[in-house]
Design a protein around this ligand. Structure first.
Ligand code: SF4
Length: 180
């Protein structure tokens, strides 16, 4: 089928076969549907995470089905359960070993704010030791809440500019865990 030479028919033909976009948008689109999770699970929220990952709720629909148990192969750190100050250096080490770009998902009230554990041994929110991208409170959060958080994170990833990376190492030594 030939293309007419007038402007309108050229524009019509091109609109059916050519897509104009930005490199950042294409990369963001690919990244948001290909998360590789590193689940850092310490406590009871882990049971709810299992249901999120199971066949009933099926996290695979969001392109995030394959957990990686090596941080170097993961780009989404999902922190699930209560984080004590003893565990905090391990968590930040895992974060620092992940390759960039990488994102952090705070799963449940304990991770977001320390939850009911307002005491000396519990980290009062992992954003005191890591850069957190998405917060999903709840004790534990329902799978629907987790998926809403995951979709919001996908929106963030889609809009990100390459210039944002690298983020650098987690600053936990400079923040809440610094010794007096
Ligand atoms: S938020 Fe609730 S369910 Fe989740 S780890 Fe803390 S106490 Fe357990």
């Amino acid at each position: 089928m030939g293309i007419g030479t007038d402007r309108k028919s050229i524009e019509t033909a091109l609109s059916e076969s050519v897509i104009l976009t930005q490199v950042d948008k294409v990369i963001g689109w690919g990244r948001k549907y290909s998360f590789f999770l590193y689940p850092f699970i310490t406590a009871c929220c882990g049971m709810e995470f299992m249901s999120v990952a199971g066949p009933r709720y099926d996290i695979d629909r969001f392109g995030a089905a394959l957990p990686r148990f090596s941080p170097r192969q993961a780009d989404l750190l999902i922190v699930v359960g209560t984080i004590s100050h003893k565990q905090a250096p391990i968590l930040t080490k895992v974060y620092n070993q992940m390759t960039e770009p990488k994102w952090v998902f705070a799963y449940g009230a304990c991770v977001v704010s320390g939850g009911m554990y307002d005491n000396y041994s519990t980290v009062q929110g992992i954003d005191t030791i890591l850069p957190v991208d998405i917060y999903v409170p709840g004790c534990p959060p329902r799978p629907e809440m987790v998926f809403e958080g995951l979709m919001k994170l996908q929106d963030v990833v889609q809009q990100e500019r390459a210039a944002k990376w690298p983020r650098g190492e987690a600053p936990y030594k400079k923040r809440s865990l610094e010794k007096p």
